[in-house]
Design a protein. Structure first.
Length: 274
């Protein structure tokens, strides 16, 4: 057992992302999560579920305190309590590895994307799957919930709610979670789309491609809150519009994009570690 507690000397495995909360780093180590005190350089704990051997593929912290979502190569999803190091709930719905995760603003729902190209939206409090979204033709690479700022209702069953997804199929999709339908599809990049983030105001979005290219997009929150209306030609108004393209100094994959929660800064990480 002592050998297991040290995860065979492994510091971090490369098959998934890590999460840092300002003090602790939550990193994948095969099928486990290791919690490191970054300043001290010490491992504080290890999250391990006896009998579960599938490797960790993605990690995400919830808006709810001390809750972390972990996706696995067997398609399962677990929510962990970071204080007790125990599983809160397990969701099983994907047949292949979980590749992307996103919480809504309240941490009441989580969306998971998979290599099998499906997206599932889960009710965390009800501990059940709500619905499955199909339409992508490649593994899901990133997900973000959108809640229009002008939507005043606090009920998730009434207030307009949307989800943005990207995939290796080059497409960016906008989903209406009320009707469970895709309401806009765009070719985001000429090659695989690997990352996205939406600024805190919900008006601006960046996506990252496989060739070191960033694209900026505007989001029309008012149109989403009021409901997308059809034009005389029968087409719906476009809530997402392209703004421009930024080329990085590298031609490698843009693996992560992150807006600062308060300041007008954007962090971009490429696959060449820059």
């Amino acid at each position: 057992m002592a050998r297991r507690r040290h995860a065979f000397g492994l510091v971090c495995s490369a098959g998934a992302n890590s999460v840092y909360d300002g003090k602790y780093a939550y990193v994948p180590a095969l099928e486990d999560i290791l919690v490191w005190d970054v300043k001290k350089g010490q491992m504080m704990s290890m999250w391990h579920e006896t009998g579960h051997r599938a490797a960790v593929t993605c990690v995400l912290n919830s808006p709810r305190k001390n809750v972390y979502a972990v996706g696995y190569a067997d398609g399962s999803l677990r929510l962990w309590d970071s204080v007790t190091g125990t599983v809160i709930v397990t969701f099983n719905g994907h047949k292949k590895a979980v590749t992307a995760l996103a919480f809504d603003d309240q941490g009441a729902r989580i969306a998971s994307g998979s290599k099998e190209t499906d997206i599932i939206v889960w009710d965390i409090d009800g501990e059940t799957g709500l619905f499955r979204l199909r339409g992508h033709r490649g593994p899901i690479t990133a997900l973000r919930f959108l809640q229009p700022s002008s939507a005043t209702s606090t009920s998730t069953s009434v207030a307009p709610s949307f989800l943005i997804s990207t995939s290796k199929d080059t497409f960016l999709k906008l989903w209406d979670l009320t009707t469970q339908h895709c309401i806009q599809t765009m070719v985001a990049h000429q090659s695989e789309v690997w990352s996205l983030d939406v600024d805190p105001s919900g008006d601006l979005m960046f996506t990252g491609g496989n060739d070191g290219e960033l694209k900026a997009w505007s989001l029309d929150g008012d149109a989403l809150a009021d409901g997308l209306k059809s034009t005389d030609s029968g087409e719906f108004t476009k809530a997402i519009q392209p703004i421009g393209t930024l080329s990085l100094s590298t031609k490698r994959r843009v693996s992560q994009i992150s807006f600062h929660p308060r300041e007008p800064y954007l962090a971009v990480q490429s696959h060449d570690r820059s």
